[in-house]
Design a protein around this ligand. Structure first.
Ligand code: TMP
Ligand code: ASP
Length: 242
């Protein structure tokens, strides 16, 4: 239980709802039993999905904080709910790729899961109406989505997140193919990691079977999604230092 009370709905996204609380600096995040893909065109209710992602995200955010990566996570309250620090989200999706997949593979017609010598970094503009277009630094700066210093900070933090996530997933016999993170500005004007980190926002491939263990299972209709997420949680809970 928590001393915080859930108040008004602030924002309803595709997988999470955010509520204000009795503390103006604290937001209540509810992980919904819903999964979407292709900008919401494919949408399904799935019992157990919210709680699995809430737990995975909580464990990862806590681990990143323990490794010096400041983020919005405060604590998990119950199965589907967590408290986070209120931030103003920067309207960019920051993507890091270690292997070719998804939109990169499609755009450049390269070999599936080609390994990159150095991580690839990309920014995408968060806009449902525009279907989240690719955006470069000078475009983002021109649009005042972020300033140059913030772009550099996001790039640097995303690489640190990549280093730690690669370590964690490697312990789980998983290759971290790519992932997306989001950042926000807190009440002290600090840029911090926010949103969620879960198999909804990462591509994960089993090192032995080469099978997808992430939302691609849903995007590509490869089978039941929740048991796959539960498998990720089980392996994550077995990583000693997480
Ligand atoms: P992409 O290959 O489709 O550009 O996706 C790159 C990474 O970003 C992948 O791990 C999935 C994640 N992602 C999201 O979390 N949300 C999105 O809306 C999209 C398009 C990708
Ligand atoms: N996040 C997007 C959606 O929910 C796209 C995706 O993840 O494939 O529709």
């Amino acid at each position: 239980m928590t001393e915080y009370q859930k108040k008004d709905l602030l924002y309803k996204g595709k997988a999470k709802e955010m509520f204000t609380t009795n503390d103006p600096d604290v937001i209540w995040v509810h992980y919904m039993d819903q999964v979407t893909a292709f900008n919401g065109k494919k949408k399904v209710q799935m019992s157990g999905k919210g709680q699995t992602n809430c737990k995975i995200s909580s464990l990862i955010f806590q681990d990143l904080a323990n490794h010096g990566i400041t983020n919005h996570f405060i604590k998990q309250i119950d199965s589907n709910n967590m408290l986070v620090k209120r931030v103003k989200i920067i309207e960019l999706e920051t993507v890091v790729r270690n292997f070719a997949s998804g939109s990169f593979e499609k755009k450049f017609a390269c070999e599936h899961l080609m390994k990159f010598e150095k991580p690839v970094q990309e920014f995408w503009f968060k806009s449902d109406e525009l279907n989240d277009p690719f955006i470069n630094d000078s475009q983002a700066i021109a649009l005042k989505v972020a300033n140059e210093d913030q772009m550099n900070q996001m790039r640097a933090i995303a690489l640190k997140v990549n280093d730690r996530l690669k370590e964690i997933f490697s312990e789980m016999n998983i290759d971290l193919v790519d992932f997306k993170v989001e950042f926000g500005i807190d009440s002290d004007n600090q840029l911090i990691l926010a949103d969620e980190i879960s198999p909804d926002s990462c591509r994960l491939v089993d090192k032995t079977t080469r099978k997808s263990l992430d939302k691609d299972v849903f995007r590509k209709g490869l089978g039941e999604l929740v048991p796959v997420y539960e498998e990720i949680l089980k392996r994550l809970e077995n990583v000693e230092e997480v």
